[in-house]
Ligand binder design. Structure first.
Ligand SMILES: *Cc1c(COP(=O)(O)O)cnc(C)c1O
Length: 408
């Protein structure tokens, strides 16, 4: 059986976790600090705040922004449900827009969706391929868009425009204009969930990169306290004798990352350059083989100012419908190879359908969805497995297509 996305656990990871377990301190402490430092080094920005998931981090940042009933956050419809759910949990309305052929949010669609109630735009770096950060930033900073902005919280007034927040759940290690993700927007959030490139089993990391007059270092401290119920003393200081008194200064959340979790990611991120190289070579191998076939569409990998983090390999197949795609997946799975689909567009999911979102408003997301199959890509994947996955995918495609031509 070839699994889809097993976590990368080697002796270094186990050693780091055992070190945390034996240290006498297993929740937020030195390992989290060190992981924040390593992520900061990787992206080239100093203020990184680790939390217990992407989702909780996104909810907290949108609460910090201060959404009132009816406030809107623009997101792509082609994403994981958490992108929209975080907006709803923070009291806002997700405004879903369609995507481009590269799977990422359509900038013209953002422009058309902006209203005086728009408080944030949350783009997604699908599969680890960076969205058009500069174009979005330019749009949100344009005089016309700023002139329609109606701030209703202190933070919004201080910012003076729509917040640009990146769902960077896939893109730790990706490059945009020779820099890591986080430099070209206000807030970026990576996911460190078990299936992501670097994991802490469950976890997330928030890159704080607010413009003047915000002080990102102060903001880090404020937000860190917010992840700990806005308590003035953390558990570690309270564990030191005689230091029992504390205060609660606001309505926080309890979403801090534990050291024992951070240890997993900490060991992995030290090997990340090698792990990324391996992901890239698998991606290239797939591209080389699928390029030879006129029915396959290879996913975007790099352009003059972007490079993917190679989180997913979203293959698309020309001129097939949803049930043919599903048949191909069944056949591949029967050969003991786990593949997936990223993503079911949000308007097709019951909850969002019930809220009134319509798939007909998202034709590109739908096209991408019906033709997409995500193939396994991870550092431990063996060369012979890659060959087998390619061969099996081609065989299963041909089987389904030949069945169709026989029946017509
Ligand atoms: C994984 C993922 C998330 C959610 O991450 P969690 O850490 O599980 O909360 C959000 N957005 C996208 C695009 C994802 O793939």
């Amino acid at each position: 059986m070839i699994p889809f996305s097993p976590p990368y656990i080697n002796d270094n990871v186990i050693k780091e976790v055992v070190d945390s377990l034996k240290s006498g301190w297993i929740t937020t402490g030195p390992k989290v600090k060190e992981l924040e430092h390593e992520i900061g080094k990787l992206v080239g920005l100093p203020n990184v705040l680790c939390v217990n998931s992407w989702t909780s981090g996104a909810i907290m940042m949108l609460r910090w922004l201060g959404l009132e009933k009816g406030d809107e956050v623009i997101i792509p419809s082609y994403t994981y449900s958490a992108t929209a759910l975080a907006v709803i949990h923070a009291g806002g309305v997700p405004v879903m827009v369609d995507v481009h052929d590269d799977f990422n949010i359509n900038i013209d669609a953002i422009q058309n969706a902006i209203t005086p109630r728009t408080k944030a735009v949350m783009s997604v770096d699908f599969a680890g391929y960076p969205c058009d950060y500069s174009a979005i930033k330019q749009l949100l900073s344009s005089e016309k868009v700023i002139s329609h902005f109606k701030p209703t919280s202190e933070i919004q007034k201080k910012l003076g425009r729509i917040l640009f927040i990146s769902d960077a759940a896939h893109s730790l290690g990706a490059v945009y204009k020779n820099k890591g993700i986080g430099h070209f927007c206000d807030i970026s959030i990576f996911s460190l969930h078990a299936v992501k490139n670097i994991t802490t089993a469950e976890g997330g990391a928030i890159i704080i990169n607010m413009p003047e007059p915000f002080n990102n270092e102060d903001l880090y401290g404020e937000l860190r306290s917010m992840t700990l119920n806005c308590q003035t003393k953390d558990a570690f200081s309270k564990s030191q004798g005689g230091n029992w008194k504390y205060d609660i200064t606001g309505l926080g959340m309890k979403i801090n990352m534990a050291d024992v979790n951070a240890a997993i990611g900490l060991a992995q991120i030290k090997e990340y350059p090698e792990l990324l190289k391996r992901r890239k070579s698998i991606f290239q191998k797939y591209n080389t083989e699928f390029k030879k076939l006129d029915w396959a569409i290879e996913p975007p990998m790099s352009s003059n100012n972007k490079e993917s983090s190679y989180h997913l390999y979203p293959l698309r197949i020309k001129n097939i419908n949803e049930s043919q795609r599903d048949d191909i997946i069944s056949l591949i799975s029967a050969q003991q190879i786990a593949v997936n689909v990223h993503f079911i567009p949000l308007p097709l999911l019951s909850y969002f359908k019930g809220l009134g979102y319509l798939i007909k408003d998202h034709p590109k997301a739908y096209d991408n969805y019906v033709s997409e199959i995500s193939l396994p890509i991870y550092p431990q994947l063996l060369d012979e497995s890659i060959d087998l996955i390619i061969k099996t995918t081609i065989d299963c495609y041909e089987q389904v297509i030949s069945t169709v031509s026989k029946t017509v």
